[in-house]
Design a protein around this ligand. Structure first.
Ligand SMILES: O=C(O)CCC(=O)C(=O)O
Length: 269
């Protein structure tokens, strides 16, 4: 059952902003109870993976994690994605970028599509605020209008701590035009695969956690086998000959984080 209702005005404003600037904001998409569960999930992941920095909780952890898949398949998120990629939706990848207080790492300026094996490059990122995300704690920053720039090669950058260990040629970045995308927990921003974006280090006393979710229409082919294991069909129909989708991971008590509805999960997939 689809529960999201967008007012026609907010929807058309968001779509216009996306066309013009390469990003848009949707307020209050997920409720406080689900966000509280997402926060518990991040804590649970941190306890289970003490060897990983919390900016690096990636799709290899996601694909066998029922709560993670329940979260990214929430109808309210899919309703947002559908506005941009249509009704036949698959998951391509997902990544929590959780920046701890005081030493949370920066994400240097980049274009997502430069990293991705997608043909065609039709994809939308939803960035779900798990914590309030502000200038102070290292929110997402976007350079509006740069979605019109073709995809550029990324350059390795390992002389300073940063999440992607790479960046776009700094000569292509006019930081004076950057916008801070400030969100409250439960809000979602969407961004285009070509738009230049990044985020500063978190030097504040407050954690900043966001979940990136990359949705593709089922007409988009994933061309690198390293990503094949991540793909879930979330809404609508697959296209014969394009991609294979894995079943939703079942919940097993003791192995996975308990969540509301876990005993009847998955109802589909
Ligand atoms: O969470 C961040 O700080 C950066 C996110 C990002 O680069 C992305 O969603 O592609």
């Amino acid at each position: 059952m689809h529960t999201t209702t967008f007012s026609p005005q907010s929807l058309s404003e968001a779509r216009q902003q996306y066309e013009r600037d390469g990003y848009a904001i949707f307020r209050n998409v997920l409720d406080a109870n689900l966000i509280a569960e997402a926060r518990d999930h991040v804590e649970w992941l941190m306890r289970k993976n003490p060897h990983l920095r919390p900016e690096q909780f990636h799709h290899p952890l996601m694909r066998n994690d029922p709560f993670w898949v329940r979260l990214i398949s929430d109808d309210r998120l899919l309703d947002v994605a559908e506005q941009f990629i249509g009704p036949h939706i698959a998951l391509f990848s997902s990544h929590y970028i959780c920046k701890p207080p005081r030493d949370g790492q920066a994400v240097l300026w980049h274009q997502d599509g430069s990293y991705w094996p997608l043909d065609p490059m039709e994809v939308i990122t939803l960035w779900l605020a798990v914590d309030d995300s502000t200038t102070e704690n290292g929110c997402l920053r976007v350079i509006p209008g740069t979605q019109h720039l073709s995809l550029q090669p990324m350059q390795a950058r390992q002389d300073m701590a940063n999440v992607l260990e790479s960046e776009i040629d700094p000569a292509l970045v006019d930081e004076s035009k950057a916008i801070d995308v400030e969100l409250q927990a439960g809000d979602v921003s969407v961004h285009h695969p070509n738009v230049i974006h990044g985020s500063n280090a978190n030097t504040s006393e407050r954690r900043r956690c966001g979940l990136t979710i990359r949705y593709i229409p089922t007409t988009t082919r994933v061309t690198n086998a390293d990503f094949f294991e991540n793909l879930f069909l979330l809404r609508g129909n697959p296209v014969p000959g394009i991609n294979s989708y894995r079943p939703f991971p079942p919940y097993r008590a003791g192995e996975h984080m308990e969540f509301r509805g876990c005993t009847t999960w998955p109802q589909r997939g």
